[in-house]
Design a protein around this ligand. Structure first.
Ligand code: URA
Ligand code: CA
Length: 433
């Protein structure tokens, strides 16, 4: 087989066979297929697309390019959740203990934050003592006993995707549905779960900016998952403004604790119940989404979800007392209000830019090497659709530096107040095929 023939076939709109896709991915991972041929094929795929079979084959070829996590020692159906990334997205912190409280195993591999999006591990490390450096054996034992554990990314997962994603980044071929869908799904499948719930974000803070793109991507990923034997569902949710009120590590842990008590922000609560219902159905804990939602509400109301969060934190070295006393979390030195300059209704809060404002305080990383300040961040006091009087606070800045003019400026530039505005719809579509 010659790579040039594979490229020409796709260029002309042909359908690649399983063998051809394996030949490309194996050769590219090994360094036998050079970057120029891989980028040429990526561009051909960008223009000619791939059918369902090709997408599934590409995904599995990338899964098989490296290690795969074996979760078979964990009892039950392991359900994973993946978000395509957002600002102030506190859902995993709430979802994991909430679903585990219904005895559905949550064996989660998580990452750290980069750019305007935060990472689950960074957030959890705001709890004194909490760590994800546990052995694989300990991880399996904790999930079997208490149904929940989180580890950092380990092993050499999907090296083909790492290489191809980096190449796409510099060759104008990131924005291709088959390439994005196979890239994301290969990582989820290699991470070992039996079933996958996807939260595809749409809007300024997200990768997909329009309804149509987000919907195509979600359908593509659900199809791939189901075609390769992992039951997969998806929702498309709004990321035009940040989720909830808190943005920043300790602030989001506090928000998660409030939400586990049933006292969280409306949008976060709704998103958690929607995603959680899908996880419970896929995990075999309920027959229908409605039944699942009822069960989730029950463990919020009776305190089991919050207790599960405490157990989880303590199991991994964290101080579980934070669930009773959030003042044990790292505290910033300064709280600075950002008052509205005019009266009206908040009409826009640009999610990614607000995420960058929080990063400027030290809550996030501009590069992988940066260290972060767990105490700092932003608390939104208003969201899109809320009335604001002149002088009323729009945002509280939690900072460890006194001068925050740069952050204020960024916030003012990215919040608009108009005469009228409505809150955006949170859940756009639910895909369960
Ligand atoms: N995120 C990924 O992991 N892969 C892509 O191709 C795009 C976004
Ligand atoms: Ca939040």
């Amino acid at each position: 087989m010659r790579m040039v023939d594979v490229i020409a076939k796709k260029r002309d709109g042909g359908k690649l066979t399983t063998e051809e896709i394996n030949f490309f991915i194996k050769g590219y991972t090994a360094g036998d297929v050079p970057d120029y041929q891989a980028s040429s094929l990526a561009m051909a795929i960008y223009f000619q697309d791939m059918d369902d079979q090709e997408r599934a084959d590409l995904t599995m070829a990338m899964v098989e390019s490296g290690d795969q996590i074996d979760l078979s020692d964990i009892d039950g159906i392991k359900v994973d959740k993946h978000s395509t990334g957002g600002v102030g997205d506190t859902t995993t912190l709430v979802l994991a203990p909430l679903v585990a409280a219904l005895d559905i195993p949550v064996a989660k591999m998580s990452g750290r934050g980069l750019g305007h999006t935060g990472g689950t591990i960074d957030k959890l490390e705001a709890v004194e003592g909490f760590h994800v450096e546990i052995s694989d054996e300990e991880f399996v034992r904790l999930v079997n006993e208490d149904k929940i554990a989180v580890i950092g990314q380990t092993g050499n997962l999907t090296p083909a995707d790492k290489k191809l994603y980096a190449l796409r980044d510099v060759t104008g071929t990131v924005n291709s549905i088959p390439l994005i869908a196979s890239s994301i799904m290969s990582k989820k499948i290699a991470a070992g779960s039996d079933a996958i719930v996807l939260d595809v974000k749409k809007g300024a803070g997200a990768f997909m900016k329009t309804d149509e793109d987000a919907e195509q991507l979600a359908h593509a990923m659900v199809k791939i998952g189901n075609n390769v034997g992992r039951r997969t569902m998806a929702i498309i949710s709004d990321m035009s403004q940040p989720l909830g009120y808190a943005i920043g590590n300790a602030l989001e842990v506090k928000e998660a604790i409030e939400t586990l008590k049933g006292e969280g922000p409306e949008d976060l609560n709704e998103l958690v119940l929607t995603l959680g219902s899908q996880m419970v159905v896929l995990g075999g804990g309920a027959e229908t989404l409605d039944e699942a939602r009822g069960k989730l509400q029950e463990v919020i109301d009776n305190g089991k979800a919050l207790e599960k969060f405490r157990t989880f934190l303590e199991n991994q070295g964290g101080n579980g007392d934070v669930v009773d006393d959030v003042s044990l979390l790292p505290q910033a030195a300064y709280e600075i209000e950002v008052p509205a300059k005019q009266s009206g209704v908040v009409s826009r809060m640009v999610a990614d830019e607000i995420g960058i404002a929080s990063m400027l305080l030290g809550a996030g990383r501009a590069t992988k090497e940066d260290t972060i300040d767990l105490a700092v961040g932003l608390m939104l006091r208003k969201k899109v659709g809320d009335k604001a009087e002149e002088g009323e606070s729009l945002v509280t800045i939690y900072s460890n530096r006194e001068d925050v003019e740069d952050v204020k400026e960024k916030i003012y530039a990215n919040i608009e107040i108009a005469e009228q505005a409505e809150a955006p719809k949170l859940i756009h579509t639910i895909i369960t095929e």
